[in-house]
Design a protein around this ligand. Structure first.
Ligand code: PLP
Length: 371
């Protein structure tokens, strides 16, 4: 099997697993407990929080552990709305559903939402964000890198606009670790399973003094912002994985394999087009539309050839809807033929070449012709 779906999830790094194991077997206390077993767990949690804070460039008390990028996105949008009670939100139209659908839910509850459309290259213009700012704007969300196209946004600039206008800015950094500096105006989040850490583990930065309400009532864990016994092993794993990934030392190799694949596909498959800006993208991503070929059909055909990739489409109630992010960039027709190849640190040039050949065969089969 050749796994080219690293934007969906990644395998656990062996060193990360090793770092986690003691906290599942021997140091198993509840980090809130007052006895020695609890203190041992609390010490590990504190160290993990400090490690994450060092990578984030903030203080440990500004780092929250939670269950994933989905929870972080929900918390940011709904937690800020809950804290303010009313107001206007600015949301990029290419956000992950964790943020986008949370904004729609807030819209139903009476919050006004402006969705910012990207250009054809998948870029959200900071000027458009600034134009959308109103006196009652309380919240803005623009992701650092898109999960489907890998396109990197100018979140530094947008973050600065929000700071100037006293707006809570959330940046989903789930796909951006190691590729983009973290924008520290109000809040951002990372999810460990996207960078060779455990699933169900995320870390969120929330600037001290930010106005946000807790959504999960329970104990006073996580600075009172999220009730529930903390998964210490996952926090330790996230911290270990983050230190490796944030250094970005594997980026050059990953992008070399990705570029080898991408350049061959664009040169050798007529009608293949890259979705999203060629240069402003994370090292792993190649999102390609191929004229006349349905994305879902290509995923099935490639799966039969032992290659794991994905489309941007979501199946709901039996209907396949093309990717929202790609549709708003380049239209529905091209979105229907989109395929996302996402490379990772364990992929090789040979795998990239094999995938090119398999894709060429698949396209020829679908078109009923030789290329
Ligand atoms: N945000 C982005 C950009 C993502 O790519 C994903 C996962 O696909 C999420 C949020 C959700 O993260 P999680 O799987 O940790 O809930």
């Amino acid at each position: 099997m050749i796994y080219l779906d690293n934007a969906a999830t990644t395998p656990l790094d062996g060193n990360v697993l090793e770092a986690m194991l003691p906290y599942m077997q021997t140091v198993y206390g509840n980090s809130q407990s007052q006895h020695a077993a609890g203190r041992n767990a609390a010490r590990a949690l504190l160290a993990a929080r400090d490690d994450v804070a060092e990578v984030f460039g903030c203080s440990g008390s500004e780092v929250l552990f939670l269950s994933g990028g989905t929870e972080a996105g929900n918390f940011a949008v709904k937690g800020v709305c809950e804290a303010y009670g009313k107001g206007h939100l600015i949301i990029s139209a290419i956000e992950h559903p964790a943020v986008y659908d949370s904004a729609l839910a807030m819209q139903k509850r009476g919050f006004d939402v402006t969705f910012i459309q990207p250009d054809e290259f998948g870029v959200i213009s900071p000027d458009k964000v600034e134009e959308a700012v109103r006196a009652d704007t309380i919240f803005c969300a623009v992701m650092a890198a898109n999960n489907e196209t890998g396109v990197i946004q100018d979140v530094e600039k947008i973050s600065e606009i929000c700071t100037r206008n006293d707006i809570f800015f959330y940046s989903d950094c789930v796909q951006a670790v190691g590729a983009v500096p973290f924008p520290k105006s109000s809040s951002f989040a990372v999810s460990a399973h996207k960078f060779y850490g455990p699933k169900g583990a995320a870390a969120m930065y929330i600037k001290k003094g930010s106005k946000i309400s807790s959504l999960i009532s329970g104990g006073r864990q996580e600075m009172g912002l999220r009730g529930g016994t903390v998964n210490v092993a996952s926090a330790v794993g996230l911290a270990a994985a983050l230190k490796i990934a944030a250094a970005g030392s594997e980026n050059a190799e990953i992008s070399a394999v990705r570029d080898r694949f991408l350049n061959r596909v664009l040169a050798e498959i007529p009608g293949a087009e890259l979705n999203g800006d060629r240069l402003r993208r994370v090292p792993s991503n190649a999102n390609i539309s191929i004229k006349g070929c349905n994305g879902d059909n290509m995923v099935f055909a490639l799966d039969l050839k032992g290659i794991c990739v994905s489309t941007g489409s979501a199946c709901s109630a039996g209907a396949v809807t093309p990717s929202r992010a790609i549709s708003v960039m380049v239209g529905e027709e091209r979105a229907k033929s989109a395929l996302r190849f996402s490379f990772g640190k364990y992929n090789t040039a040979e795998e990239a070449d094999f995938a090119v050949e398999a894709l060429k065969q698949t396209v020829a089969q679908i078109r009923g012709s030789n290329l």
